[in-house]
Design a binder for this molecule. Structure first.
Ligand SMILES: CC(C)(COP(=O)(O)OP(=O)(O)OC[C@H]1O[C@@H](n2cnc3c(N)ncnc32)[C@H](O)[C@@H]1OP(=O)(O)O)[C@@H](O)C(=O)NCCC(=O)NCCS
Length: 147
């Protein structure tokens, strides 16, 4: 596990596109450039990549600090914004190691709680979260409208 650096742009972009295919390449690049430039508002705040023995990047964890997270009692809360492992590298402990690195980062930021979310139909993600010690807080339905 290591923090992402500017040399990781290609691998990081590929993982982002696999996790969030609805985002355009330009949108991903813009967020990545802002991250490397250290611009505020920072989102993500920290990015960890998992590298295999052959040097290939096989997973990522993107993190932020949120002022509030559902079910949490403290602020800010370390938040798992993105979590992805290449299909061929799954069920090998990579996701677990990424979350462990994320938790260390959260503690280093002074956080006492770590939160995350996933889509209602993502059973694998839910199982993985529970297995890594997250309490399942149930389902929240979100709404928006233009103002
Ligand atoms: C969720 C994800 C990151 C897990 O990565 P991973 O490297 O496979 O995770 P690990 O191998 O460290 O597994 C950790 C634990 O999660 C659970 N788990 C992982 N995959 C599982 C599956 N398919 N079914 C049931 N439990 C699973 C297991 O308990 C596992 O521990 P074990 O293998 O010792 O039993 C990966 O499946 C993924 O990238 N999914 C697609 C993207 C996604 O849904 N991300 C989360 C959205 S927030």
């Amino acid at each position: 596990m290591r923090a992402a650096g500017p040399d990781d742009s290609v691998a990081w972009l590929q993982l982002r596109q696999a996790l969030w295919p609805e985002g355009s390449e330009a949108e991903h690049r813009e967020e990545m450039d802002r991250f490397f430039a250290g611009e505020f508002p920072r989102d993500p705040w920290a990015v960890f990549l998992a590298e295999a023995e052959d040097g290939c990047v096989v997973g990522l964890a993107e993190l932020s600090l949120r002022p509030y997270a559902e079910g949490c009692r403290t602020s800010p809360v370390a938040y798992l914004e993105g979590w992805f492992v290449l299909p061929e590298a799954r069920r090998n402990g990579v996701g677990r190691a990424l979350v462990a690195a994320a938790e260390r980062w959260g503690r280093s930021q002074g956080c006492a709680e770590f939160a995350s979310d996933t889509s209602v139909d993502n059973q694998v993600s839910a199982a993985a979260h529970r297995s890594l010690g997250f309490a399942d807080l149930g389902t929240v339905r979100c709404f928006r409208k233009e103002l």
